[in-house]
Design a protein around this ligand. Structure first.
Ligand code: PMP
Ligand code: GLU
Length: 399
């Protein structure tokens, strides 16, 4: 038989979702694994949002919608962006689709030609690199480390720009590092982006999950940048709605229109029912967001306190999101629970095998020295996982 698409065969599967599958498989076999894998909150979708979804089913919202989403949801998103971040958009600037992941892909699809370069600061969320390649474009990785709090500088950005550069991707706050760009830092980057006639994709999916500093959208720092920025966001993290699959883009009408056309031949539209539930999320009571934020704040503080007491691993306190990006490089060259540790992959595999703790190795995020822990899980689980980590570091296996 003829070979399948070479582009498709070159795509690496999502490491975050793979870890999820491994821990679910182990749990199904009765293994008591504690999972800090995929970034998905353990909270239930708030009741008023669920009720709106149920009402939508009962009201027979079972038909196709416009490809880029229903008007009342777009209006609710505009209201939310204005109230929460001071961003002024109209319905023609909004495109809704099946999760922020899909929105990101479609935004890249309509921006990029094969061979275009996309600047991607590392550590980055696993999907960007593959999505860029799925468009036939070329990721240009800018490495960062703890010394700059994993952030790129305007100078570093400017030095990476070539004639083929089309777009820059920022995640603010970041998955996996949790770092937040300040208004001043964003203004510096904005100048380089505008001066070089580039586009910006600003992934703001964790914007409401900030514990240190103040979140400012890149689209709010410079009107010239706003004209060339597509914000990506969605209900998954803020409203504990990962499985409902609703994400949106906010950006220049011309880009949004092309995304709508693209969607009309791909997904058609995001689930009508989930769109109605998302209106309740964006336009409804925001108390649920504050409650979840308070719980994440406690979990983050507990995690940091425990890590501070360990000497073989370390982490920078994350400003936002719900991840700890742990540096495990001090263990390289040593043996833990009988396993030789030479890199973060070895560490994560040995921790899973002997400590029964699932984390995501940093290689998938473009870092060889780190593993990522999602603290979107209960304090009890965090305690159990960190107790096991401590034992593992002392060469005492749990399994
Ligand atoms: N961006 C980032 C940075 C993420 O961590 C995620 C999590 N999956 C997404 C986008 C996509 O979210 P979703 O597709 O669930 O809306
Ligand atoms: N964004 C989450 C993560 O980084 C969910 C999994 C995924 O979609 O990659 O773990």
């Amino acid at each position: 038989m003829k070979p399948l698409s070479s582009q498709a065969r070159a795509i690496k599967p999502s490491a975050t979702l793979a870890i999820n599958a491994i821990s679910q498989d182990l749990k199904a076999k009765g293994v008591d694994v504690v999972s800090f894998g995929a970034g998905e909150t353990d909270f239930f979708t708030p009741d008023h949002i669920k009720a709106a979804g149920i009402a939508a089913i009962e009201q027979n919202k079972s038909y196709y919608t416009s490809s880029s989403g229903i008007a009342p949801l777009k209006s609710a998103i505009c209201g939310y962006l204005d109230r929460t971040f001071g961003l002024k958009y109209e319905n023609k600037n909004i495109c809704v689709s099946s999760g922020a992941k899909h929105v990101l892909y479609i935004a890249m699809r309509v921006m990029l030609n094969p061979g275009d370069e996309v600047i991607l600061p590392a550590p980055y969320w696993v999907t960007y690199e593959e999505a860029i390649r799925m468009c036939g474009a070329v990721p240009v990785i800018l490495n960062t480390d703890e010394s700059t709090r994993f952030k790129i500088s305007p100078e570093q950005l400017a030095a990476a720009v070539t004639e083929r550069t089309k777009c820059v991707i920022l995640t603010n706050p970041s998955n996996p590092t949790g770092m937040l760009y300040s208004e001043e830092e964003l203004s510096g980057l904005a100048k380089v982006i505008v001066d070089n006639d580039l586009y910006l994709i600003d992934d703001e999916i964790y914007a409401t999950l900030v514990y240190e500093g103040k979140f400012v959208s890149a689209a709010a720092v410079d009107p010239e940048l706003t004209k060339r920025t597509v914000i990506v966001n969605g209900v998954s993290k803020t409203y504990a709605m990962t499985g409902w699959r609703i994400g949106f883009a906010a950006g220049p009408a011309e880009i949004i229109k092309l995304m709508d056309t693209y969607l009309s031949h791909s997904t058609g539209n995001a689930s009508n029912i989930a769109q109605y539930a998302s209106i309740a999320a964006y336009a409804g009571d925001q108390e649920c967001v504050a409650k979840m934020h308070a719980e994440f704040t406690k979990r983050r503080a507990y995690f940091l306190e425990r890590v501070a007491a360990m000497d073989k691993v370390s982490c920078l306190p994350p400003d936002g999101a719900f991840y700890i990006f742990m540096n495990v490089s001090k263990t390289f060259g040593s043996t833990l629970c009988g396993e030789k540790i030479d890199n973060a992959d070895d560490f994560a595999q040995a921790l899973l095998k002997h400590g029964l703790v699932a984390t995501v190795p940093g290689a998938a995020f473009g870092s060889q020295n780190h593993i990522r822990w999602s603290y979107a899980t209960s304090i009890e689980n965090i305690k159990k996982g960190l107790d096991r980590l401590e034992r593992f570091l002392n060469n005492e296996p749990t399994a």
